[in-house]
Design a protein. Structure first.
Length: 148
């Protein structure tokens, strides 16, 4: 995957994340746990902006982000979707283990063991891959571009 194609895909994901976040904002007051629904809304719009910035960096600035790194960065985008969709579901489930502060503020009492596991795994896996992706992105920009 070359950076131009990857950057374009990341840009599209970022734009769609923001659109979904704006639409999800209409649902927030109607969810059983509106505070958790608000978290999902913030995640959707915030990550959308984040990925738009990443895409612009990849498309417009010189870098040495390689094709393997691009695949990891794209994987982090896809896993971010899984994480955020678990937060959307959590607006109905009210799990408490992975986001205890927000769950406490929401008055959540906990989900089933499967629901808790889904939310926990989605956050842990996406979080680890995002850390790796950002590390690779930073390395790709810190290294002197081939054209210089």
């Amino acid at each position: 995957m070359n950076p131009a194609n990857g950057g374009r895909q990341i840009l599209i994901h970022g734009l769609v994340l923001i659109l979904v976040g704006l639409l999800w904002g209409l649902v927030v007051p109607h969810a059983p746990y509106p505070r958790l629904a608000l978290d999902a809304h913030i995640q959707l719009t915030g990550n959308g902006v984040l990925f738009i910035v990443v895409a612009i960096l990849l498309l417009k600035l010189p870098h040495r982000v390689g094709s393997k790194s691009m695949w990891v960065i794209l994987l982090s985008v896809w896993l971010t979707w899984a994480m955020i969709l678990s937060e959307v579901a959590n607006s109905w489930w009210g799990t408490i283990q992975i986001l205890p502060i927000a769950a406490n503020q929401a008055g959540a009492t906990g989900g089933t063991p499967l629901q808790e596991l889904i939310v926990k795994l989605a956050h842990i896996i996406a979080g680890v891959v995002l850390i790796v992706a950002w590390t690779l992105l930073i390395i790709g920009f810190v290294r002197t571009p081939a054209s210089e």
